[in-house]
Design a protein around this ligand. Structure first.
Ligand code: PEP
Length: 253
C-alpha cells in the first residue's frame, strides 16, 4: 500500500495569457481559497516568466505556490534569452518544471540537460518537477515502461529527494489531445516510477508523482485517485479557474 502523500495540483500555463488575465486567474484562486473549503491538496501555478512578478504579487500571503516552466543550468552568464534558477528563486518561485515534453521536442532537451536543470533548481532551494513520458509510437511498440524508466534514471540528479523533487508522468500523446491512458495504464507506470524512486532515493516512497495529460474535471476523480498518483500537472484546464479548482477538489484530501 502506497504511503500517504499530500497531493500537488500544478497549473502549467505554458505560453498563454497576458498579464491582466494571469493576475485575474491568480486572484480568482486566492479568493476561492479564502471563501470556500480548501481542497485537500497543495496548489501551484506556473505562469510565463514575464508574468512571475505580477502573479507573485497576486498570490502574496496565500498558500498557492509559484513556479516557472524552465530554467537554465548556469547561475548567470552569456546565455541570451535564458533565465537562471537563481533569478526564478529571486522572483518568488518555489518550483520549476524541467524536461517538459514540449521543451524536449521544441528545444532538443535530453535527459542529461534535464538532470542539470534539476540540479540548478535544487542549488537555489527550489523543487524541480521532472517530466517524463512516452510518445505514441513508443507506447504502440510496447516500450512505455522502458522509455519512462530510462528518462527517469537519466533525469534524476544524485541529490534528488522528496523535499526537492516531484516527478510528472505525462504521456506525450495525451498532452493537449483530450486522450488519456486508462486508469490501469496510469497505475502501472506510476508503480514503476515508484519502484525506481524507492530503489534510488532513501525517501523515494514519499516523492510526489503527478499525472499530466488532458486532465479535466470529468476525468480527474478517476485519475487523481489512482494508486501512486499524488496530484496532477494540468495544462489547458489550469487556464480556467473553475476547471482547475474542480480538479484540485477531486484529489483525495
Ligand atoms: C501539460 O502540458 O503539462 C499538460 C498536461 O497539458 P494538458 O493538460 O493541456 O494536456
Amino acid at each position: 500500500m502506497a504511503q500517504r502523500v499530500t497531493p500537488l495540483v500544478a497549473g502549467n500555463w505554458k505560453m498563454n495569457l497576458l498579464r491582466r488575465d494571469a493576475v485575474a486567474l491568480a486572484c480568482d484562486l486566492v479568493t476561492r481559497l479564502q471563501t470556500g473549503s480548501a481542497p485537500g491538496c497543495d496548489l501551484l501555478v506556473c505562469p510565463p516568466a514575464v508574468m512571475l512578478h505580477a502573479v507573485a504579487e497576486a498570490l502574496a500571503g496565500s498558500p498557492v505556490a509559484l513556479g516557472a516552466q524552465d530554467c537554465h543550468t548556469e547561475v548567470s552568464g552569456a546565455h541570451t534569452g535564458d533565465i537562471s534558477a537563481a533569478m526564478l528563486a529571486d522572483a518568488g518561485c518555489s518550483h520549476v518544471i524541467v524536461g517538459h515534453s514540449e521543451r524536449r521536442a521544441d528545444h532538443g532537451e535530453d535527459d542529461a540537460l534535464v538532470r542539470e536543470k534539476a540540479r540548478a533548481a535544487h542549488e537555489q532551494g527550489m523543487r524541480a518537477i521532472i517530466c517524463v513520458g512516452e510518445t505514441l509510437e513508443q507506447r504502440d511498440a510496447g516500450n512505455t515502461i522502458q522509455v519512462v524508466e530510462a528518462q527517469l534514471n537519466g533525469s534524476l540528479p544524485l541529490e534528488a529527494a522528496a523535499a526537492n523533487t516531484v516527478i510528472a508522468y505525462e504521456p506525450v500523446w495525451a498532452i493537449g489531445t483530450g486522450r488519456t491512458p486508462t486508469a490501469a495504464d496510469v497505475a502501472e507506470v506510476h508503480a514503476r516510477i515508484r519502484d525506481v524512486l524507492v530503489k534510488r532515493l532513501p525517501d523515494g516512497e514519499t516523492v510526489r508523482i503527478l499525472y499530466g495529460g488532458s486532465v479535466n474535471p470529468g476525468n480527474a476523480p478517476e485519475l487523481m485517485t489512482v494508486e501512486n498518483v499524488n496530484g496532477g500537472l494540468i495544462g489547458g484546464a489550469s487556464l480556467k479557474a473553475d476547471d482547475f479548482w474542480a480538479i484540485a477538489r477531486a484529489c483525495p484530501g
